[in-house]
Write a protein that binds this ligand. Structure first.
Ligand code: SF4
Length: 329
């Protein structure tokens, strides 16, 4: 590396409370019921995490027909549609729901407002499992808008009772622009009481806004499927700093650092810190001599585990064992 002297570490970065909980649910299910444990979709969008759980006995599937009768099934952190939830229950699996509680909050809001007669615009990325899960809370009356052009095209059946919900891992700035376009076209629209973009997404993007202007290049540790990781890379690039996303240290390319005295480093909400450590080690091999943590928000949020997988911290004993399907909702 020519010139690189210092790694600037974004704060906060990496695992959020929803990812922590989802991984713990699979690990505890493996410990309690033994392998294999079936997981619908990647538990979180990170290659390392998924491979690690595969090694421990998790089997990742997309279709419920791939799960044998009586098996234990975990829903991923992104959540599932009502149809998937009902089919899993009908098939009689032992179900644990690792849907992030902040995604479940959006599902609950959709169900509540739908009962009041609302129709929805959902801001999100087509094909993302969280979007499929949230839109699949209703059989009709929820329309996806990916950008401002979609806002001009969308045709709700009525506009008096129209509400907006969003994917939790969007670009805060992009979502604000789309929201402004929605308000311009549908002035009566109901916005989420608290925005649906989650604290972890917001905090990691805020940290990149501090980091990128001080760095000559920004590295984001995250997998290509990770929405929030992609948004971090885009944000740094938009702020004028060359930015690259890598799944692991092996993907770093020496030429990225050729003229970089300061390397900004962050990680998406599904990327474990061990990968950040490996990236730091590689950048040090390439010549960096110091690592400086940026100031930032300290996150203390932690979500409870579903019943049936809780352990009493004092006794180490399981708090409750249930034989019936546990959806966590
Ligand atoms: S990124 Fe946000 S919504 Fe997604 S799992 Fe983490 S806390 Fe939950």
């Amino acid at each position: 590396m020519v010139g690189a002297k210092e790694v600037l570490l974004a704060e906060p970065r990496g695992f959020c409370a929803g990812v922590d909980r989802a991984i713990e649910i699979v690990e505890r299910a493996l410990a309690k019921f033994g392998a294999p444990i079936y997981v619908r979709h990647e538990i979180v969008h990170n290659t390392f995490v998924v491979n690690d759980l595969k090694d421990k006995g998790a089997i990742f599937i997309e279709e419920l027909s791939e799960v044998p009768p009586g098996a234990t099934l975990v829903f991923s952190a992104h959540g599932v549609s009502k149809a998937v939830q009902q089919e899993a229950e009908r098939r009689g699996f032992n179900i644990f729901d690792a849907t992030c509680p902040l995604v479940t909050k959006v599902h609950v809001e959709v169900a509540k407002l739908a009962k009041e007669g609302y129709e929805f615009l959902m801001i999100g990325h087509k094909g993302h499992p969280e979007v499929e899960g949230t839109m699949g809370q209703l059989s009709e009356g929820i329309h996806l808008v990916e950008d401002e052009a979609d806002v001009l095209k969308v045709q709700p059946r009525q506009t008096e009772k129209l509400a907006v919900v969003t994917q939790t891992t969007l670009s805060v700035d992009d979502a604000a622009g789309i929201m402004a376009a929605i308000k311009a076209r549908f002035p009566l629209v109901r916005q989420p009481k608290q925005q649906d973009i989650c604290y972890a997404t917001q905090n990691r993007q805020d940290a990149v806004k501090v980091l990128a202007p001080q760095a000559d290049v920004v590295i984001v540790v995250g997998s290509p499927t990770s929405s929030n990781s992609n948004r971090l890379r885009e944000l740094a690039a938009r702020l004028g700093t060359p930015a690259y996303m890598v799944d692991n240290a092996g993907e770093l390319q020496e030429e990225w650092f050729a003229n970089a005295a300061r390397v900004g480093l962050t990680a998406g909400a599904s990327a474990p810190e061990v990968l950040v450590d490996e990236v730091i080690a590689r950048i040090k091999q390439l010549g960096a001599v110091a690592v400086r943590k940026m100031d930032g928000i300290e996150e203390t949020i932690k979500f409870p585990l579903p019943k049936g997988l809780k352990i009493d911290a004092a006794t180490g004993l399981e708090i409750e064992v249930r034989k019936s399907p546990e959806t966590g909702h």
